[in-house]
Design a protein around this ligand. Structure first.
Ligand SMILES: NC(=O)c1ccc[n+]([C@@H]2O[C@H](COP(=O)([O-])OP(=O)(O)OC[C@H]3O[C@@H](n4cnc5c(N)ncnc54)[C@H](OP(=O)(O)O)[C@@H]3O)[C@@H](O)[C@H]2O)c1
Length: 275
């Protein structure tokens, strides 16, 4: 008999989870969305909501919120993974981040949880420019960040969703860590330049100081963990430690990753960056 148990997709309405849900659904594989808007509701901040979401699923895609780099994220992911294994759900796929102490701690804990694990350790998502906090400054015509010419191999979330689909539906991926990057290193100035060109607009990139960035972030009344995260990402993680390309997309999917210019051109056509 065919296994018709759903796959639980945490963050199933977010950047990677939504795309993974679409892919699995298109193949006739049932999915359960694990988020505060899912049924049953799943909330990282309410551990009592975890077990009902795990009931009767075959595997879990774990996308932590707000970010796996936030201190304490590893313990929460660990507690969730152990609960899943206790419920007999061993197949766990973790969305992780590169060069982040807390993310790498979460990976080690997942490996020790008794799960049949796969880790997708990802570079910065290209879609942060179109589905995240960078949309607003792009629309305003100026992106001001405390980051210099360091190269980041932005990865397209469509490639991440394709990889997640593959590892959840094909044999041979248990116990594998795939580092997923795009095919090219771009500075933030380069990325904004490509977006400006694709959108046919004048959009400036300005490098600001750490103090100017802190002051700008403070005007937005963001939750403290997001303020901490932005500081950590822009002033610590973007120090060159991730300035390298990997073959993860090629290894999982047998094809090259999507280039940032293709992302910029396709996304500009949706007019998200047009005012
Ligand atoms: N963005 C990047 O460049 C990047 C790079 C590498 C790794 N990552 C990792 O990817 C993960 C997702 O990041 P993202 O930026 O792409 O976010 P995202 O998936 O777009 O985040 C939104 C998702 O989180 C859900 N959510 C929000 N609050 C929640 C809560 N309290 N409990 C359960 N679900 C909740 C939302 O659904 P509801 O609103 O319905 O709850 C939605 O599905 C993070 O762990 C991050 O560290 C991100």
């Amino acid at each position: 008999m065919t296994d018709t148990k759903p796959i639980l997709i945490l963050g199933g309405t977010g950047k990677t989870g939504r795309r993974l849900a679409e892919r699995l659904t298109a193949r006739g594989i049932p999915v359960r969305i694990g988020s505060r808007s899912g049924t049953p509701r799943f909330d990282w901040e309410a551990p009592a909501s975890w077990a009902p979401a795990l009931e009767g699923v075959s595997a879990v895609y774990i996308s932590y919120y707000p970010d796996i780099a936030v201190p304490g994220a590893a313990e929460v992911v660990d507690a969730f993974a152990r609960l899943a294994v206790e419920h007999g759900i061993r197949r766990l796929v973790l969305l992780s981040g590169r060069g982040e102490h807390e993310a790498q701690r979460a990976e080690e804990m997942l490996k020790a949880s008794g799960a049949d694990w796969t880790i997708l350790r990802c570079a910065w998502f290209s879609q942060n420019f179109s589905e995240g906090f960078l949309v607003e400054p792009l629309l305003a015509g100026e992106v001001a960040l405390p980051v210099g010419p360091v190269g980041e191999p932005f990865v397209d979330v469509d490639d991440i969703a394709d990889a997640a689909e593959a590892v959840l539906t094909e044999p041979g991926h248990v116990g594998q860590l795939y580092e997923l990057t795009g095919p090219r290193l771009l500075s933030f100035a380069d990325a904004v330049g490509e977006i400006a060109k694709a959108a046919g607009r004048d959009i400036r990139f300005v490098r600001i100081t750490h103090d100017e960035f802190t002051a700008a972030v403070a005007t937005h009344e963001l939750p403290p963990e997001i303020v901490w995260l932005l500081d950590e990402l822009f002033t610590k993680v973007l120090d060159g430690r991730n300035e390298s390309l990997t073959d993860g997309v090629q290894r999982v999917l047998g094809r090259a990753p999507k280039d940032f210019s293709a992302y910029a051109t396709e996304t500009a056509a949706s007019r998200i960056w047009s005012n």
